[in-house]
Design a protein around this ligand. Structure first.
Ligand code: AMP
Ligand code: MN
Ligand code: MN
Ligand code: MN
Length: 284
């Protein structure tokens, strides 16, 4: 069984918008003492096989993961799925549809940049997308750094690519019920990713979490790369109040991210209690 500080159930590879190959992400996880790991690429499960093979070599417990892009009341939200059958046709078809939508959005983003006098941005972003089906705003941000707009991607997101800023285009993602139906049909557990990052205030957050639970959602990330100690205290209270299990994840994308990940508070029910973990794959 994992403990409250040796599992990381949220990380990205170059199958989505991370910089390392799936196997390299598992090696990175091992160097920081992770013993149970889930790769959770955005809207794609095609890195899981390689990651699982490297985890087996290293004696790390591996859990299938994915981070599904959805919207709730037009607000983009991310739902992590864990422990599902990665070959499930319904889940795979749902993810493929999201990837089609991403490609169509990317073309509109390229056109939006051309309209403001910056041509070639789609082709430039695609150079950074190892998986061309999974084109993300992060790939656009990397290209905008390359052409000298800003020195780092964080700055790009302050001035471009977000609502009200140049290069942002409206997009429709699947709804909460659809994503949860895919995860559950594939035998997985649904987790709200980084709840501290959404523009959801007290009552709205409670309504969202109630809907999430009613649709079969079971957990929220309490400890994660983007959460402050105050977020951790807040979502610990909410998890206990609403009877949700708790997950922990770095949201790793690139070396240097999330140097230190807080342990999960031990007053919580850990998400791994809901998963069938392969005890035998772990080295001692
Ligand atoms: P997308 O899913 O294509 O809309 O892109 C969202 C991705 O962009 C996230 O998963 C992050 O990897 C990245 N991202 C979003 N906001 C920021 C930010 N403020 N700074 C750096 N990366 C960001
Ligand atoms: Mn990302
Ligand atoms: Mn996310
Ligand atoms: Mn993520």
């Amino acid at each position: 069984m994992p403990t409250f500080d040796d599992f990381d159930f949220h990380a990205h590879s170059s199958v989505s918008d991370g910089l390392l190959r799936p196997g390299e992400v598992v090696r990175w996880a091992q160097t920081r003492g992770t013993r149970w790991f889930a790769l959770t690429d955005h809207d794609d499960v095609r890195g899981l096989q390689e990651a699982r093979a490297v985890a087996a070599e290293l004696g790390i417990g591996f859990v299938n993961g994915v981070e599904i892009s959805i919207e709730w009341q037009r607000l983009p939200i991310h739902i992590v799925g864990l422990g599902f059958d990665a070959g499930h046709p319904g889940l795979c078809a749902g993810l493929a549809a999201i990837r089609d939508g991403r490609q169509e959005r990317a073309r509109r983003m390229g056109a939006a940049f051309a309209d403001i006098g910056i041509p070639g941005v789609l082709a430039g972003a695609l150079k950074y997308a190892e998986n061309p089906e999974l084109i993300s705003r992060a790939h656009f941000a990397r290209y905008l750094v390359e052409i000298g707009l800003f020195r780092e991607t964080g700055k790009v997101f302050e001035h471009y690519l977000t609502p009200g800023k140049p290069g942002y285009v409206e997009h429709r993602w699947p709804d909460l019920a659809q994503a949860l139906a895919w995860i559950r049909a594939a035998g997985g557990v649904a987790v709200v990713a980084h709840p501290g990052r959404y523009a959801l205030s007290g009552q709205d957050m409670l309504r969202f979490l109630a809907e999430f639970r009613a649709a079969g959602g079971q957990a929220i990330e309490v400890a994660c790369g983007s959460h402050t100690p105050e977020h951790i205290r807040h979502f610990t209270r909410l998890a206990r109040q609403l009877g949700l299990h708790a997950s922990r994840g770095s949201d790793f994308h690139a070396p240097g991210d999330c140097e230190r990940l807080a342990p999960l508070p031990d007053s919580l029910e850990p998400v791994w209690a809901l998963l069938k973990l392969p005890e035998s794959s772990l080295s001692s």
